[in-house]
Design a protein around this ligand. Structure first.
Ligand code: RIB
Length: 314
C-alpha cells in the first residue's frame, strides 16, 4: 500500500545561540543561552510527518559521530524508519543559529555528510518504492541526489513535493517531475524575481511560479500562506501565538502538509492543518522539539479550540 512519505534530505545538529538581537558584522554579543537540538530540513520534515501519524521513511546521510547518534535517535524516537539512513566517515552536518528575542533567526549550515549523498545512494528495492505515496525533497543536499530521487519517484508514479529551501537555482527540467512546490517569501523571490511585501505581491508571485507547475504554496510567516492549484487561489491567514523561535516552522508545515496529502487529504485542508502545526511550533524552542501530534494540537491551549472549530467541526 502506498501510505508512506519518503523524505530525502539533510540532517544537521542545530547549535542555537539565544541573543538579544542578531549581531552586526564585526560585533560580539554576549548570548543569553545556548542549546543543541536535532535539525536539518529533511530530518525535521520527516519527524514532523511521523509525529503527525503517517509512516515515514528517511533517506539521508550522517557521520559516525556523536551528532549522528543524536540525529538518528531523534528520528527513531518520532517513529521515522531509518533503514535508509546511511552512515560514513565524514562528520555529520551542522547548523549554527542565532535566535533573537522576537524568535527571528539567522543560520549558517555546514553540509558535512549531507554533501556526500549522490545518485548512487538511491535504494532500488521495489518494495520500498511500492510503499511510497509521496516523496519530499528540499535543497540542502546535492542537486544530483535530489534529481535522482525525483526521477526515480516519477518513474514509480509517486508525486514529488519540493520545498525549495534554502533558495538556489533549480534546473528547468525539474518542473517535469515536481508536483507540489512549497517556498517561503525569500525562496519565492529567488525563483520568481518578485519581492513579496504583502498579499498582493504574494498572489503576483504565485502567478509567476504557476507558469512552471500547477500546485504552489508560499508561506508568509505570521501572515499564513497563499496557495494556487489550477485556477484556485487562496489565502489562509496565520495564527497569533507568542513566538519563541521560528527556526524549523517551515519544516513543521511541510511535514504535516506531506502527511495529510499522503493520506489523501485535499490541498486546501492539508495546508489549513499544516498552518496550525507551524503556528504551534514557533511557540517552542528547537525545530523537531517543537513539533506536535494531532492529539496535542486538539488540546493546545492557544490553538486547540480554533483547530477543532475550523477543521474537526468542518
Ligand atoms: O529549516 C530549519 C533547519 O535548517 C534547521 O534545523 C537547520 O539545521 C537548517 O538546516
Amino acid at each position: 500500500m502506498k501510505s508512506s512519505v519518503l523524505v530525502a534530505g539533510a540532517a544537521n545538529l542545530d547549535r542555537m545561540m539565544y541573543v538579544e538581537r542578531i549581531p552586526d558584522i564585526g560585533e560580539t554579543l554576549l548570548a543569553k543561552g545556548y542549546e543543541e537540538h536535532p535539525g536539518g530540513k529533511g530530518a525535521n520534515q520527516a519527524v514532523s510527518a511521523a509525529l503527525w501519524g503517517q509512516p515515514v521513511c528517511f533517506l539521508g546521510r550522517i557521520g559516525s559521530d556523536e551528532p549522528g547518534k543524536i540525529l538518528r535517535s531523534a528520528m527513531e524516537k518520532a517513529g521515522v524508519n531509518t533503514d535508509y539512513l546511511l552512515e560514513g566517515s565524514t562528520p555529520s552536518g551542522m547548523a549554527m543559529d542565532f535566535i533573537d528575542l522576537e524568535g527571528n533567526y539567522q543560520a549558517g549550515v555546514l553540509a558535512g555528510s549531507n554533501a556526500d549523498l549522490d545518485g548512487g545512494d538511491i535504494p532500488m528495492e521495489n518494495a520500498l518504492w511500492e510503499s511510497i505515496g509521496l516523496t519530499v525533497l528540499q535543497l540542502e543536499c546535492p542537486l544530483s541526489f535530489n534529481e535522482a530521487v525525483g526521477l526515480e519517484s516519477k518513474k514509480s508514479g509517486i508525486p514529488v513535493l519540493l520545498n525549495a529551501a534554502p533558495a538556489q537555482t533549480i534546473p528547468d527540467t525539474w518542473w517535469n517531475w515536481v508536483e507540489f512546490l512549497v517556498v517561503n517569501e525569500v525562496e519565492a523571490e529567488s525563483l520568481s524575481g518578485v519581492k513579496i511585501m504583502g498579499l498582493q505581491e504574494a498572489y503576483y508571485c504565485l502567478e509567476k511560479l504557476m507558469d512552471r507547475l500547477d500546485q504552489v504554496l508560499i508561506t508568509l510567516g505570521a501572515e499564513g500562506l497563499v496557495y494556487g492549484k489550477g485556477s484556485e487561489r487562496t489565502h489562509i491567514p496565520g495564527h497569533a501565538v507568542p513566538v519563541v523561535s521560528t527556526l524549523g516552522a517551515g519544516d513543521a508545515f511541510v511535514g504535516v502538509l506531506a502527511a495529510e496529502l499522503c493520506r489523501g487529504q485535499d490541498l486546501h485542508d492539508s495546508a489549513l492543518i499544516a498552518n496550525f502545526a507551524a503556528a504551534a511550533s514557533v511557540a517552542k524552542t528547537g525545530a523537531q522539539n517543537s513539533y506536535i501530534t494531532p492529539d496535542e494540537l486538539k488540546c493546545h491551549p492557544l490553538l486547540g479550540n480554533l483547530y477543532n472549530k475550523e477543521y474537526l467541526d468542518g
